[in-house]
Design a protein around this ligand. Sequence first.
Ligand code: 5GP
Length: 186
Amino acid sequence: MTVAVPLIIVVSGPGGAGKGTIVDELVARDEQLWLSRSWTTRKQREGESDDAYVFVDRDTFLQHIEQDGFLEWTEFLGNLYGSPMPTPEDGHDIVLEIELHGAQQVKVRHPEALLVFVQPPSREEQRRRLQGRGDPDHHVVERLRKADDEERLGAELADLVVVNDDIDRVVGELLGFIGVARQRQG
Ligand code: 5GP
């Protein structure tokens, strides 16, 4: 029996683009998708669920890098984030929700990975979403400052660019895109 090689779907985009909501909807609507849970050294936010990340200290994270335990990792606004080597069940495709530097690393290791770049509908809406999350003001400013460059690079690298102005439409578009990739894979 041959086991299908999983697709790797990378959902990237600037902070406040709405990537998290999109991937939650994707995995809720397509049970063949397996969502990777990242590790981070960031402190858990107030009200953030315990399984949003594997929350670890810096030493634990650095040890895991030494053991070659990450598919990709990066430092973002002073905290480390990384995707552990994925372990999907058979017949599942992998979804990673990560920032652009990590997405580039995945593409280098797996050029066949599908990179979806999510853009916020506007800077104003992006600011509103970032502020609503309770991040410190200087992080919000820093993320907005980075967004123009990220969007330029993201548009170059991505297999699909979506503007997140309507969650149902975006999720539908992504499910269609994934369906086509599965058919191509055979
Ligand atoms: P936050 O602190 O807001 O949860 O995440 C900050 C940024 O890190 C977001 O853009 C998020 O997508 C990204 N991120 C989350 N997990 C990972 C990961 O495992 N690797 C990389 N490269 N970025 C991640």
